[in-house]
Design a protein around this ligand. Structure first.
Ligand code: C5P
Length: 225
């Protein structure tokens, strides 16, 4: 029954941007729409997986038939991923902010009339992909990360796979000229320990379906061993 290839398997998918508060009304974010992550969650669901969909404030609505865990910040996202474990696979498609504002204010920052500018201090966010990839116990059998790069895409993504410790990296070129960030298409290269495989420019739905099939292939090999 090919449609149930992921029956009985639990997959965690992160998606969307994170919002990092500056004060109660302002935040730092990025241009992720959440479209690719939502498509991946839907494709995994269509293969029969139980999907925990941990999403930041995305533009695209979450798919039906998945467990939606809505978060704002990277720190909340890491905790939600931890709470969703154990999992057979994890697909970290979120565009997680690298930093949060360490001196976020409890009240709205006001212009005080003196021309003095607010000073923001930054602190590093948890790297959710590196953390889950290097879990000493309970690491998902397959961890997939994403690499949105504007320069030297292959080289950077290959290095990122090593540094983070994930099994696969889905690399995409998000230079403004590609129109990929926020668009409906994606052109990706799948990087594993077997090398790099470039896929043609496809809809984000088709990228998701191909990736879900590959995940099902990998998990079925895992089950055999
Ligand atoms: O290092 P960079 O942010 O480019 O890596 C991208 C990959 O790492 C994505 O899969 C993203 O979801 C993941 N990531 C993460 N936690 C962070 C930063 C990135 O999971 N704090």
């Amino acid at each position: 029954l090919p449609a149930r290839r992921l029956g009985g398997q639990h997959v965690i998918v992160t998606s969307g941007p994170t919002h990092e508060p500056i004060d109660p009304v302002r935040y730092i974010a990025n241009r992720s729409s959440g479209a690719q992550g939502a498509a991946i969650a839907a494709a995994l669901r269509d293969l029969g997986a139980r999907v925990s969909f941990v999403t930041g404030p995305a533009e695209v609505p979450p798919p039906e038939g998945v467990e939606v865990i809505a978060v704002e910040t990277a720190r909340e996202m890491r905790e939600a991923v931890e709470a969703a474990l154990p999992a057979d696979a994890a697909v970290m498609a979120a565009a997680v902010a690298d930093w949060h504002v360490a001196n976020a204010r409890p009240g709205k920052i006001k212009k005080d009339g003196t021309g003095k500018l607010p000073e923001l201090e930054f602190a590093e966010n948890p790297d959710i992909l590196a953390w889950i990839s290097q879990l000493p116990q309970g690491r998902p059998a397959l961890v997939v990360g994403f690499a949105a790069e504007t320069d030297d895409v292959l080289e950077n993504a290959t290095r990122k796979r090593k540094r983070k410790g994930c099994d696969w990296i889905v690399a995409n070129d998000v230079s403004p000229a590609t129109g990929i960030m926020g668009g409906v298409e994606n052109a990706v290269t799948l990087i594993s320990d077997e090398g790099a495989e470039s896929w043609p420019r496809l809809s984000k739905g088709e990228v998701a379906r191909r990736l879900a099939e590959r995940i099902a292939d990998a998990l079925s090999l895992e089950g055999d061993s």
